[in-house]
Design a protein around this ligand. Structure first.
Ligand SMILES: Nc1nc2c(c(=O)[nH]1)N[C@H]1C(S)=C(S)[C@@H](COP(=O)(O)O)O[C@H]1N2
Ligand SMILES: [Mo]
Length: 409
């Protein structure tokens, strides 16, 4: 079971830390506690139990469609172009606000891009990068992946765009029912360039070194490195080049902020529900490293009766630095050369890596008896405490958890 593997990994990582801190026994018991008492975790902030890179079948699935496109029998998937042999991508001008293209790629003219042509582009242009797939509306990561594919711009260039190209939108197979279409969009600038060392937006066909499965959006899905899951459209069939100046994402219809990049925040995995007075408290968890980067994870434990007034964002909590644990030794497979974020020997060039998850642990000093609350937060690479107060909750889940700890003899 991958849940087991994940805990073994997390336990191994934290064991070394707690051993140095002289509280090995506590680490062991608190991990057992968190496992047997998952209810101490706020429901939306759980972690996906998996090794660092999540196997395909262990991802959480966020898919719309009746029937779900990945549940179609193989014969039907062949028919509708959802296999590697039959996949075709149309890259066309928007009819409402057309970009001017010399050579649109269409089925009608037999110029649509097939899988073989995509792989041929991949021989020269393929990139791969690590990224956590996570839904704007859920706290829990859906899975950590090493995503591989061809930069979308390489395919856009094939159409020889001349003029009026401000935005790109795209959608996948949707049972030929317009009501089921799930569409996302990007400004063309993000597709043509990669700001701040971000990996490119890709047409993805491999996950963790294997062909992308139907469940994960295969044969080809879009993957937008810094974005929430809804920008990474599965079962991709159409890329539409438009002169529209604004987003037209399906996700915008549900009051979501569709331009909001991945947030930085910390969540706990292992916090003891009860501790003896004076006994040091071992805690651990993971952090999502969003666009803003991650400099620190901080933890605090506060006596409930001592919670200061007028401090809704816990700025006055007694924060202490946790330790961000070293990169995993086991990735589940060999990291191929020239993987974004990794050096020539297959080790991460920086740690933690942006747009991924990292583990952390801390030991809080022993305290007198009482009812306390544990919290964790992050400090981003610019020195800002995260999550920051967000008046709009639909810009990506990020919250400071409050977890009760009872200290008694
Ligand atoms: N075609 C299509 N693509 C889609 C979706 C969908 O319903 N249909 N769901 C999106 C949403 S909201 C999320 S969070 C991610 C989830 O990716 P996963 O199922 O691989 O974990 O896929 C995105 N891509
Ligand atoms: Mo989502």
């Amino acid at each position: 079971m991958h849940g087991e593997l994940f805990w073994q990994d997390h336990a191994k990582l934290t064991r070394r830390y707690f051993l140095r801190a002289g509280v090995l026994g506590i680490a062991a018991t608190s991990i057992v506690r968190a496992q047997s008492l998952p209810k101490i975790k706020p429901p939306k902030a759980g972690v996906r139990p998996a090794p660092y890179f999540t196997p395909h079948e262990e991802f959480f699935d966020v898919s719309r469609g009746k029937p779900l496109p990945h549940s179609l029998p193989e014969e039907k998937r062949k028919q509708v172009g959802l296999t590697r042999e039959t996949w075709k991508l149309e890259v066309i001008a928007d009819t409402a606000a057309p970009s001017r293209l010399r050579k649109p790629l269409t089925r009608a003219e037999n110029t649509a891009l097939d899988f073989r042509a995509l792989l041929a582009l991949g021989e020269k242009h393929a990139v791969r990068f690590p990224k956590v797939m996570t839904c704007l509306n859920l706290g829990c990561p859906l899975g950590m992946g090493l995503w591989e594919g061809v930069p979308l711009r390489e395919v856009i260039w094939l159409t020889q765009p001349r003029d009026n190209l401000r935005r790109v939108f795209y959608y996948g197979y949707h049972n030929d029912d317009p009501a089921q279409m799930f569409r996302s969009s990007l400004p063309v600038g993000r597709v043509l360039e990669d700001p701040f060392d971000l990996p490119p937006v890709i047409l993805c066909y491999k996950l963790n070194g294997e062909w992308l499965s139907p469940e994960r959006g295969g044969p080809v899905r879009l993957v937008v490195p810094e974005a929430y899951g809804f920008k990474s459209i599965k079962w991709l069939t159409h890329v539409v080049l438009t002169n529209l100046a604004h987003a037209n994402d399906t996700y915008a219809e549900q009051n979501n902020d569709v331009d909001s990049p991945l947030k930085t925040f910390a969540a706990s995995l292992s916090v003891p529900a009860q501790v003896k007075p004076g006994q040091p408290i071992g805690v651990s968890g993971y952090a999502q490293v969003g666009m803003a980067g991650l400099a620190k994870v901080q933890v605090s434990i506060e006596l409930n009766s001592a919670r200061p007034e007028n401090d809704p964002h816990f700025a006055k909590a007694p924060w202490i630095d946790a330790e961000i644990l070293a990169a995993p030794e086991r990735w589940g497979f060999v990291i191929p050369p020239k993987t974004h974020g990794f050096d020539a020997t297959g080790k991460p060039s920086t740690w933690p890596m942006r747009l991924t998850n990292a583990h952390w642990a801390a030991v809080l000093p022993g305290l007198p008896a009482g009812e306390y609350t544990f919290r964790c937060r992050t400090i981003d690479a610019q020195g800002h405490a995260q999550p920051m107060p967000r008046p709009f909750r639909k810009s990506g889940y990020a919250e400071i958890e409050s977890i009760p700890i009872s200290i008694k003899a």
